[in-house]
Ligand binder design. Structure first.
Ligand code: XXG
Ligand code: FE2
Length: 364
């Protein structure tokens, strides 16, 4: 997919980007609401704000907006939408002007198009992802001190999205054009960018870009206050003999310095539980550049990353609920050679049902 350069275009059209505050909510399409309810409510302890036959609206303990995650019933697992909150309702209009100015189709949706959310603007962004910009939202009770309701793993808030894109540099240009700061990158000596972390709120990221076949959702991350809460989730999964939901970790990231755990939900959507990254709010916050050859970049303790973390991601819907095709060049390449270039310069060799990642230039 060709990505326009919104930075240049925004300057020429004179429409500034909307003032995005943070990653706001995500909608996941799930195939079995009861199974998902077990995972997100019983296991992870998210709070149900509302539910009906088609969807469950969830929030975490510090959140006072209606939801930060919607689970919607559908035939195939997919990402329904990523939503960013902007600073006011006037910034929803600003989003409409900005995206129209750079040649992206916009769709205005009325209040209530998503339960609990006001009038908003939706786009399929230049990277192929369904994205909404909203401000108005129903308020609910903040449960920060409802310790009587906290599970041992109390999740405090949504932290970030991570998306898989075939061209990280182009995606980096798109998001910096939208006013995001860059906290960290993974690069090599030849100016290749394998991954990048970008923020609007004062943390390491609201969105991360992972190299790979796209558009696909890599994961949605939720924050806990303390790392023992992450360890508790692992213990609970072990006790229930549901340890297969653990994909990677627990461990400490090099990038972001956060403590982490990656889980796979009943549909295979990847969820990260993440805690204690660092403050990035000063205007001259330096960008940390990790070499792709530094074994501490993704796991500070040097553990190998499991192959599925590089290869798997959730397909995404367009604004009409159709699955977006994967980017043509990567698909063609995969069909031709059986090899897909992925995150960190890895290639994926397919052997029967097995996907084996290997570093480019090395033997499988
Ligand atoms: O949130 C993150 C991640 O994007 O999930 C991945 C912070 C760091 C990393 S990495 O695995 O690159 O350390
Ligand atoms: Fe993450």
């Amino acid at each position: 997919m060709t990505v326009t350069d919104p930075t240049a275009t925004a300057t020429t059209t004179g429409n500034p980007p909307p003032d995005v505050i943070r990653s706001g909510y995500a909608e996941l399409i799930v195939t079995d609401l009861a199974a998902s309810r077990w995972f997100y409510v019983d296991l992870l302890g998210l709070i149900v704000t509302a539910e009906d036959d088609d969807a469950i609206y969830l929030r975490a303990f510090e959140e006072y907006l209606h939801h930060s995650l919607v689970l919607r019933r559908g035939d195939m697992p997919a990402l329904g939408r990523l939503a960013y909150r902007v600073r006011g309702q006037d910034q929803v209009d600003a989003a409409e002007r900005y995206f129209r100015g750079i040649g992206v189709d916009t769709r205005r949706v009325p209040a209530g198009a998503t339960r609990g959310i006001g009038e908003a603007v939706r786009i399929t962004d230049p990277l192929g992802f369904p994205v909404e910009f909203f401000y108005d939202a129903e308020h609910t009770e903040r449960f920060t001190q409802r310790y009587d309701l906290h599970h041992g793993n109390a999740i405090t808030r949504l932290d970030h999205f991570n998306v898989m894109v075939p061209d990280v540099k182009a995606a980096h240009r798109y998001y910096t054009g939208l006013g995001f700061g860059v906290s960290e990158t993974i690069i090599d000596d030849e100016d290749n960018v394998y991954a990048a972390w970008l923020y609007r709120k004062q943390t390491v990221h609201d969105v991360a870009l992972t190299g790979g076949d796209g558009p696909r959702l890599h994961h949605i991350a939720f924050a806990t206050a303390e790392r023992h809460q992450i360890l508790h989730t692992c213990d609970v999964l072990g006790a229930l003999h549901k340890e297969h939901h653990i994909e990677r970790g627990p461990g400490r990231h090099g990038v972001s310095n956060a403590f982490y755990l990656y889980l796979r939900d009943p549909d295979g959507h990847r969820i990260e539980i993440y805690t204690t990254d660092y403050y990035t709010g000063d205007p001259d916050n330096p960008t940390v550049e990790w070499s792709v050859d530094d074994d501490r970049r993704r796991s500070f303790w040097g553990h190998a990353v499991v192959p599925s973390w590089y290869t798997d991601g959730s397909r995404v819907h367009d604004l009409d609920g159709r699955v977006v095709p994967l980017s043509a060049p990567a698909v063609r390449e995969a069909e031709r050679t059986g090899v897909i270039v992925g995150a960190d310069g890895f290639a994926i060799a397919t052997e029967g049902d097995q996907k084996i990642p290997f570093k480019l230039g090395e033997q499988v």
